[in-house]
Design a binder for this molecule. Structure first.
Ligand SMILES: C[S@@+](CC[C@H](N)C(=O)[O-])C[C@H]1O[C@@H](n2cnc3c(N)ncnc32)[C@H](O)[C@@H]1O
Length: 279
């Protein structure tokens, strides 16, 4: 049983007027399709299939990112971090951040944030009245506003360390919106001992046709993705002390040992990832 430390709060609206554009595919729903979920529409499936055709590795890339998220949350919870701000959290699927963290720390608290109303609505449905966990509709590009959102302040105590998770989302932040300064906006409000975990679509991996992924993703209402090189990602995570193995492909970040009888396959590609601590 998890102790309820959260004050009573009004339920946030399920969707923000004007954001429900179901005629266009969304990143959250296409990603759900690639992961084998059920929360997507015909336009999302259509784009997802085009992505698979253009870049057959895209399903493996999505799975490896999700697997990185699971490993990093477990790692951070084992390190004693019990508060998580999951930015661009997506449509809930198998192994959500609060479920993973609470396997290690049953009192862990998680604030999910996403700009997609379907992701937020599904989060609300899944969570119900789950104490110590919230989901809010917000745009992560505005750290001040996100951190002032009542669903976030109800759940997270900023005077204690918080893990900021940015998994497979910063490629949705264009260069014009300066992803490094967005990340810095969260880190400068985080106390020492806080953590940052980033995974990001690589822009310099010959094994993945990121040009095609970028072109296809132009169908998203927020615009196409911006894959980034290892050196660009190094700048984004510059504000934290990286833990081993540093900035690597997501599949190479503290991989789990293979199951007995299974050989280790060629690590896939697509996302680079890094984890570090503030202070
Ligand atoms: C590829 S999914 C990643 C989901 C999850 N973080 C994971 O790693 O499994 C990207 C998510 O980021 C969300 N997103 C994109 N831009 C965003 C923004 N500016 N603010 C908040 N969420 C955003 C999308 O709606 C989508 O749910």
């Amino acid at each position: 049983m998890v102790e309820d430390l959260s004050p009573a709060r009004p339920r946030p609206a399920l969707a923000v007027p004007g954001t429900e554009d179901f005629d266009r595919p969304s990143s959250a729903r296409v990603y759900d399709f690639l992961l084998g979920g059920t929360s997507h529409g015909a336009v999302d499936r259509e784009l997802g299939r085009e992505m698979v055709k253009a870049v057959p590795l895209v399903v493996e890339i999505a799975r490896e990112n999700r697997s990185f998220l699971r490993r990093v949350v477990t790692f951070l919870a084992r390190a004693g971090v019990d508060q998580f701000l999951d930015l661009g959290s997506g449509i809930p699927t198998m192994g959500n951040t609060h479920e993973i963290a609470r396997r290690v720390l049953p009192h862990a608290r998680v604030a999910y944030v996403d700009v997609d109303p379907v992701a937020v609505a599904h989060g609300e449905l899944l969570l119900g009245d789950c104490p110590g966990v919230s989901v809010s509709w917000a745009d992560l590009r505005d750290p001040e506003q996100v951190l002032a959102t009542s669903a976030v302040t109800d759940v997270l105590d900023p005077s204690r360390p918080v893990a900021v998770l940015l998994c497979s989302v910063l490629q949705h932040v264009a260069d014009a919106d300066d992803p490094a300064s967005v990340v810095a906006g969260y880190l400068e409000r985080a106390v020492p001992g806080s953590a940052l975990a980033v995974s990001h679509l690589s822009g310099d991996d010959a094994r993945v046709d990121v040009g095609s992924l970028r072109a296809l993703s132009l169908a998203y209402p927020g615009g196409g993705v911006t894959p980034r090189s290892a050196s660009e990602l190094a700048t984004i995570v510059d504000g934290v002390r990286l833990v081993d193995p540093g900035l690597v492909y997501a599949a190479q970040w503290r991989p789990e040992p293979p199951r007995p009888g299974r050989s280790v396959g060629e690590p896939c590609c697509g996302h680079r990832a890094a984890v570090g601590f503030v202070g």
